[in-house]
Design a protein around this ligand. Sequence first.
Ligand SMILES: [Zn+2]
Length: 226
Amino acid sequence: MIKNLLNLFFPKVCLSCDNLLEHNEVYVCTVCRHELPLTNFGSITDNEVSKILYGRVHLRYASTLLWFSKKGLVQHLIHNLKYKGHEEVGVFLGQWFGQELNKYVEFRTVDVVIPVPLHSKRLRQRGYNQVDKFGKELAAALKCDYNSVILQKVKSTKTQVFKDRIKRWINDDTLFLVTEYDSLKGKHILLVDDIITTGATIETCANALLKIEGVTISVATMAIAE
Ligand SMILES: [Zn+2]
């Protein structure tokens, strides 16, 4: 009753299309759930994410849930997540993707989920790392640990992104550091991020983590740029 009243005065809208949600819908409406462009990557070793990173960093498995296109439903979802304070988008995508990943025996060997970190200044501005809830839900689904402190971003990013892929690079000021090298020795790490575009961030983070003795790395992201 109270919930219905609250809904009357503060109607909940779909985080993907802004239409009003029905009382039985949570976060995203049923229509969007059907229309969101799933990648349905059948292979977890040979897909678009693996292809982007092939030859740059050694990964065990890689997967992503959605195709990201500018002006699409996914763009609106991610915009709500990153700039409108809607952290629950991460919960929604994490629960969904967690169920999917858990179907693969390969992902069930993951020991710890680690999010791509934000610089502390950005973290203060936004109030949260937009990958945090997503990563926690994946860890819950895969029944493993979640660690958001071991990997840190220590300087401001000066990202230069040009149309030409060859010219895409991340300035040397971007520095990802592992804070300690003992507790994760030999572990299977699942590195998670929001959108994979050039793969430069994932590559840099993975290479930092690979300095830990005996670790192997897999990657899961919410979306991949088309
Ligand atoms: Zn919708």
